[in-house]
Unconditional design. Structure first.
Length: 347
């Protein structure tokens, strides 16, 4: 499959061009901080219904573009659609986040791509609908969870501060855990290719639980599966633009991730020194990040100062402005507008 190159400042940066002002989009830019999202969420009845109803997902994806004119839209969906396709039911409980049915064993997971396609059809319909409605100069971003992060959710049944269930499964039965990671690698790559086919210009791989792993395990569970996902996607979409986000990795982890996964860009979290990232990672990869979401809540001089420090550190490298994680629900709308204004005032 060949991708047609769209004229977009985000794609210019992913072609290693230095652009001023830097393009900006935010993780979780479509979500709970927007009153229009809250109104639609109340009408829909559940987060999962919104994800799996194409017309609702399109509307939510477009809401922050209409309000703030970001340089890219990221499809409103969730990383747990892949476990859903594999046959592990997912639900979202108010105040508790995602809950997955107990893991019934590797042999119970669905390996039939026809079933995956049927169960995830609403996601691809939403992607096509968003691309049709989105301005030509706006990039459209698809995404998926990385195999390690999905395995952590699937085995724990929910988010976990230490991913204990996944670690124990891996330590106790390395062969079976490796088989689970390989199935997830195949499913994630397949899902990303389908998103490109439906109109995505870029995809991001979220390894949200990449932090806290020993060096060898980080290599085996994060770097290896991500590299295989990227390679599998590029077999089908040779020009695919892929951003990787190994959240909370160590500096050596980020360096290894940048060197060995094959992604085009690395998104760094809030705790990473952007000056270090420019020096250590910038020669290898485009950078994305890494404003503290709490600074965005604070606004005022604190926000301006944080934005300026990141902008100055990245001025001589291809760079995409983003947060170090996602927009928080209590973020004031005026602070998002302040952030965008501050970035775009820098020529």
């Amino acid at each position: 499959m060949e991708k047609t190159r769209r004229e977009s400042v985000l794609l210019d940066v992913l072609d290693r061009k230095i652009v001023h002002p830097a393009p900006i989009w935010l993780m979780r830019q479509a979500g709970r901080y927007l009153p229009e999202y809250q109104a639609l969420r109340k009408k829909a009845g559940s987060f999962w219904t919104m994800c799996m109803t194409p017309e609702l997902a399109v509307e939510v994806t477009l809401q922050p573009i209409r309000r703030f004119d970001f340089d890219a839209a990221i499809l409103f969906s969730d990383i747990l659609v892949v476990p859903h396709a594999l046959g592990q039911d997912v639900r979202f409980e108010e105040g508790h986040g995602p809950i997955l049915d107990p893991f019934a064993g590797l042999h119970r997971l669905v390996r039939d791509e026809a079933v995956w396609r049927e169960k995830l059809a609403p996601v691809y319909h939403a992607m096509r609908g968003t691309r049709q409605a989105l301005a030509e100069d706006k990039a459209l971003i698809g995404f998926a969870g990385a195999p390690w992060t999905l395995a952590a959710y699937m085995l724990e049944g929910k988010g976990s501060p230490d991913q204990r269930a996944a670690k124990l499964a891996a330590y106790r039965d390395p062969a079976q855990f490796a088989e689970l990671l390989e199935l997830l690698t195949a499913a994630v790559a397949w899902h990303l290719v389908r998103q490109f086919e439906a109109g995505a210009d870029v995809v991001q791989i979220f390894d949200s639980w990449a932090g806290g792993l020993p060096e060898r395990e980080f290599s085996d569970w994060v770097i290896g599966p991500n590299a295989r996902v990227v390679a599998a996607v590029r077999q089908r979409v040779p020009e695919a633009k892929i951003i990787g986000f190994p959240r909370a990795a160590t500096q050596t982890g980020y360096e290894a991730y940048a060197a060995h996964t094959g992604v085009d860009a690395v998104s760094v979290d809030t705790a990473v020194s952007m000056r270090w990232a420019v020096s250590a990672l910038g020669p290898l990869k485009i950078l994305q990040g890494n404003l503290d979401p709490i600074a965005l809540i604070a606004g005022g001089e604190a926000l301006d100062g944080a934005v300026d420090r990141i902008a100055e550190a990245t001025r001589e490298t291809p760079f995409i402005f983003n947060l170090g994680h996602g927009v928080l629900p209590e973020t004031p709308l005026e602070n998002v507008a302040q952030l965008i204004g501050r970035i775009r005032s820098r020529k």
